[in-house]
Design a protein. Structure first.
Length: 387
């Protein structure tokens, strides 16, 4: 098996036809005949597969097919309302994207975790992970189970793993793939320190006011910010034009919570779910606490694409500075980005191609939430670049 990353896609009404297209699209797949014995290099490789929700019910069939046709024994992935591969998005179509990573034996370990029973998962990973080695990993979680995605940070912290990834999205079921097919919890793969993986996060919104402080709140209701009525501060920051059309702020104006110690001044975005001008309060989709920093942000496609371009360049340059070269990448983007944000489903993918080059295979999916550094983001984009 060649020491290069290979990616392909398939799109067809029947899962078998979509798989056949994807396998045929691989440049010289390691094994394309079901009666051939898979070679050792293929068996030691890792495969990523992302499929749209329209193929989700056939996830187990798809994994079996890919194993048999490619010789790659271990596959990791999940489902999205859309997937992307080699510069092409597939939204609300029966499609899948695959990438084969020739990492070698002992370079990765898959995991599944029931969030109610993290201890066995921690023990299994701890037995494999050398302490303090700076591992990276890719994680997927079920968006219908808050306890699942809330377990990502504890899992990463306990195991010393820097996770990137995303929450599944789907028109139907929400399967996850980590060796086998599972659902309802979280799963993924952890890499050995020798695997060169560089990651980056791009935010989808622009701050429109200063960083402030919540001074009084009740669970998800902001009562006072900077010692003043919360709605009064919100109205001041969004300006008089937006004040006259408050019905348009939903999906456009968000609350941002800055992350301490972030070199790129990253922040967690959460939706503003209720406005109460009479009571001078705001309801935000987050558990609030007095003393937490907050700022208001707006969706801005121009700044978002510019930030994506900078993030990709920084990630690529960090890899090159360490003596590597881009070999393949995974891309996790929010379902609220793509065409809904940029007017074109290709805008993000064209930016990736411009920065990384058309020869670097990239696949990914559109997520219900994006994971970077074990934090859950929204309206953002995350790259995982293999060197």
């Amino acid at each position: 098996m060649e020491n290069s990353f290979k990616a392909a896609f398939g799109c067809a009404p029947h899962w078998r036809d979509a798989c056949a297209q994807a396998v045929a699209g691989l440049a010289g797949p390691p094994n394309n005949k079901p009666d051939n014995k898979p070679d050792l290099a293929a068996q030691n490789a890792l495969g990523f597969v992302y499929l749209t929700g329209l193929l989700a019910d056939n996830a187990a069939d798809i994994v079996r097919y890919l194993r048999r046709k490619t010789g790659v024994a271990t596959w990791v992935g999940t489902t999205g309302v859309g997937v992307c591969a080699l510069g092409r998005p597939f939204i609300d179509e029966p499609a899948l994207a695959i990438m084969i990573c020739p990492l070698g034996a002992g370079q990765f370990k898959t995991f599944e975790a029931d969030p109610a029973k993290l201890a066995p998962s921690l023990a299994a990973l701890a037995d494999w992970l050398p302490p303090g080695s700076g591992h990276t990993g890719v994680v997927h979680a079920d968006p219908r189970a808050p306890e699942a995605f809330e377990a990502i940070a504890p899992l990463g912290e306990a195991c010393g793993v820097f996770f990137v990834g995303g929450l599944a999205s789907s028109q139907h079921s929400f399967p996850q793939i980590a060796g086998g097919v599972t659902e309802g919890g979280l799963s993924g793969v952890v890499f050995a320190p020798s695997v060169s993986l560089f990651t980056g996060l791009s935010q989808g919104c622009t701050p429109i006011g200063p960083v402030r402080e919540i001074t009084k709140c009740d669970d998800d209701i902001a009562i006072e910010i900077d010692g003043r009525p919360a709605y009064e501060v919100f109205a001041e920051d969004i300006g008089p034009v937006m004040q006259r059309s408050l019905s348009h702020t939903g999906g456009y104006i968000f609350a941002g919570f800055p992350l301490p110690g972030s070199e790129r001044q990253d922040y967690l975005l959460r939706e503003i779910t209720g406005l109460d001008p009479q009571g001078n309060r705001l309801r935000i989709a987050a558990h609030l606490s007095a003393g937490r920093r907050i700022m208001f942000c707006r969706r801005d496609p121009y700044s978002a694409l510019a930030d994506l371009d900078v993030m990709l360049e920084e990630t690529r340059d960090r890899l090159i500075a360490r003596g590597g070269r881009p070999r393949g990448a995974l891309y996790f983007s929010c379902t609220g980005r793509g065409a809904p944000m940029f007017g074109s489903g290709n805008a993000e993918l064209e930016t990736i191609s411009d920065v990384l080059g058309e020869s670097v295979p990239v696949i990914g999916f559109y997520a219900n939430g994006e994971v970077s550094a074990n934090h859950l983001y929204g309206y953002s984009a995350v790259i995982a670049l293999f060197g």
